[in-house]
Design a protein around this ligand. Structure first.
Ligand code: DX5
Ligand code: ZN
Length: 212
């Protein structure tokens, strides 16, 4: 299991140190939640802050866009050379075109699904992406309760992935902890995002290790 701690739960007063701390504690990716105050009722960080904080990152960025006007934000964040950029399928009229745009930057494209969005919504895009991010909370805030229905969705998505693009990863984001990690693994999940569980632990290395 790969672990991508979400810096939404970090102390933003010392973001560089926080990023360094999770990289040293064994994170595989640094998960960055980009919120615009329109697609979700919260506002976070732009590329200037992330570029500064990412200087302390020894692991690649995993950028999760929760925005309207996805192409604009892809152009804004692409110069940071993240490993992944994911965007919400609910907010994109031309997902296939946007996937190509992300790939043309040399970045791995990923699709994100809100808790209510069925896996069938992206069946015909699976060949074109490297990862699918399933939300296990409603996007916008850290520290929310895990929605267990995502387990069923992950298992069904895994069947589609085996059929259409076995190399595609499944990532789950929201309310992940040592309480649900075994069920996530059994459902076929490859990468978990964890914000409050990792940043709220006195021993971050132990928290990440417990998820792995
Ligand atoms: C929610 C974000 C998550 C959030 C996860 O919109 O996408 O990445 O930070 O935080 P926890 O792990 O606390 O649910
Ligand atoms: Zn996220």
């Amino acid at each position: 299991m790969k672990v991508a701690p979400s810096i939404l739960s970090a102390d933003f007063g010392k973001l560089g140190e926080e990023v360094e701390s999770i990289c040293e504690a064994g994170a595989d990716y640094v998960h960055v939640d980009v919120m615009d105050g329109h697609f979700v009722p919260n506002l976070t960080i732009g590329p200037v802050v992330i570029q500064a904080a990412a200087k302390a990152a020894s692991k690649p960025l995993d950028i999760h866009l929760m925005v309207q006007n996805n192409p604009f934000f892809v152009d804004l964040f692409a110069p940071l050379k993240p490993a992944f950029i994911s965007f919400h399928i609910e907010e994109e009229k031309h997902p296939h075109r946007l996937i190509q745009k992300i790939r043309d930057y040399g970045i791995r494209p990923a699709l994100t699904l809100n808790p209510h969005t069925p896996e069938s919504a992206i069946e015909y895009l699976l060949e074109d992406v490297d990862m699918v991010l399933l939300m296990s909370v409603n996007p916008g805030f850290g520290g929310q309760k895990f929605i267990p229905k995502v387990l069923e969705k992950a298992a069904r998505l895994k069947e589609l992935i085996i059929k259409r693009n076995p190399a595609c990863l499944i990532e789950v984001d929201g309310g992940v902890s040592d309480q649900n990690i075994d069920a996530l693994k059994s459902a076929g999940v490859d990468v978990v995002v964890a914000g409050s569980f990792v940043f709220g632990s006195a021993d971050r290395a132990a928290a990440i290790a417990s998820l792995k």
